[in-house]
Structure formats: C-alpha cells, structure tokens
Design a protein around this ligand. Structure first.
Ligand SMILES: CC(C)(COP(=O)(O)OP(=O)(O)OC[C@H]1O[C@@H](n2cnc3c(N)ncnc32)[C@H](O)[C@@H]1OP(=O)(O)O)[C@@H](O)C(=O)NCCC(=O)NCCS
Length: 180
C-alpha cells in the first residue's frame, strides 16, 4: 500500500481532478446512470440515487491503495463531468487508467487532456512503473483516446466473459516520448 493517499489528481488548462464525495452523488448518477455513457464500458448502469450515495460512501480504494478514480471537474463551470484515474485490478495485478464523461462534453479533447495528465501524474508523482487501460474492441472513441495518450495495444484478454484489448504504457518509455 502507498504511504501517501492521492486524493487530488492533476490540474490541466480545462480540468481538475479530485476524489468523489457522497455529496457528488447526483452528478455521478448523471454519467453512471446514462445508457449512452455506460454502453461500451462493460459495466452495469447505475439506477438509483440512494444506491449511488451508498456506493460512494463505501468506496474505499483511496484508503486501501492510496489512489482511485478521481472526479473530473470542468474548470470553466466548476462542474463534475465524469471520472478519470486509477484502479488496482487484483486479478491482473495491474493498475488501470479509466475515464468517462457526460456526452455533452465528448468530442472536445477532454478525455485526452485528462488521460495525458493522469499518465504523467501517475508516472512522475505517484511512481507507477506501468499503467494499463482495458478497452472493448467496439469502443472506437476510447481506442482512439488510448492511442492519442501514447499507450500501446498488448492484445486481447478475457475479462468477465468479455474480450477487451489491454493497452499499456511503461514509465521510462512513456516519459521519454512525452517530455514536458
Ligand atoms: C470515450 C470517451 C471518454 C472519449 O471522450 P472525449 O472527450 O470525447 O475524447 P477526445 O475528444 O479526447 O478524443 C476522442 C477521439 O476519438 C474519436 N472518436 C470518437 N468517437 C469515435 C468513433 N465512434 N469512431 C472513431 N473515432 C471516434 C474522436 O474523433 C477523437 O479523435 P481525434 O481527436 O483524432 O478526432 C467518451 O466518449 C466517453 O465518456 N464514453 C463513454 C464511457 C467510455 O466508454 N469510457 C471508456 C471506457 S474504456
């Protein structure tokens, strides 16, 4: 377990990242409860505000691992518009970068902006050696994002009865290709 808890993530021109709190439940349900958002994530739709509050209250990833998924805040409006950040996957013993946004924010380069900042923060500040992203083959938009942020396709893997591509980035190689 990390000695430090990274409750706040990177800041970019348009975005900031921080731990999601119970009081963010309505904003979280707006994306996790949106069928268009969830369709290609391989995860079930969230349906209920009370259950969302409960899940957020029980979310212990930051305490357990020192990191988790951060809420993405769109700085011009100060609004929570999605999540981005890291999750430890015990079944693979890997750390996964994941992201999702409300549809009205798609197509503006925001997932790329967030993903690039998270990779840099993950390698430079948090000290990860390797980060992965799991993408369903039919998720063309996400496939493009992982390519744009400099992750490479390591091939298909089987997760929960679904085939996903595992993209990866290794610290020395990624940092050498992304000088700030
Ligand atoms: C995937 C997602 C995060 C992308 O967010 P975004 O902010 O629109 O991404 P960006 O604008 O940074 O980049 C998207 C890229 O994908 C491309 N793209 C989007 N939809 C596409 C599609 N159906 N086919 C091919 N390319 C597509 C865009 O043109 C853009 O590439 P470009 O910059 O070369 O033009 C967003 O669509 C989302 O939240 N989807 C639902 C949740 C999800 O699937 N998360 C990922 C799970 S692995």
């Amino acid at each position: 377990m990390s000695k430090f808890i990274y409750r706040v993530g990177p800041e970019t021109l348009r975005l900031s990242h921080r731990e999601i709190r119970v009081e963010d439940a309505e904003a979280v349900l707006a994306f996790n409860g949106n069928p268009e958002v969830m369709k290609l994530t391989g995860e079930p739709l969230w349906t209920d505000l009370e259950q969302t509050r409960e899940r957020l209250a029980n979310y212990a990833e930051f305490e357990t691992h020192g990191f988790g998924r951060w809420g993405i805040f769109h700085k011009p409006e100060g609004q929570l518009i999605g999540f981005s950040g890291f999750k430890y996957l015990p079944e693979l013993d890997e750390v996964d970068l994941g992201y999702r946004l409300l549809p009205e924010y798609w197509g503006r380069g925001l997932a790329t902006e967030s993903g690039l900042a998270c990779l840099r923060f993950g390698f430079e500040t948090m000290g990860f050696e390797r980060l992965i992203a799991l993408v369903l083959p039919e998720n063309a938009g996400s496939m493009r994002v992982v390519e744009k942020i400099g992750m490479h396709n390591t091939g298909p893997i089987q997760i929960d009865d679904e085939t996903a591509y595992r993209f990866a980035a290794e610290r020395p190689d990624w940092l050498a290709r992304h000088t700030s």
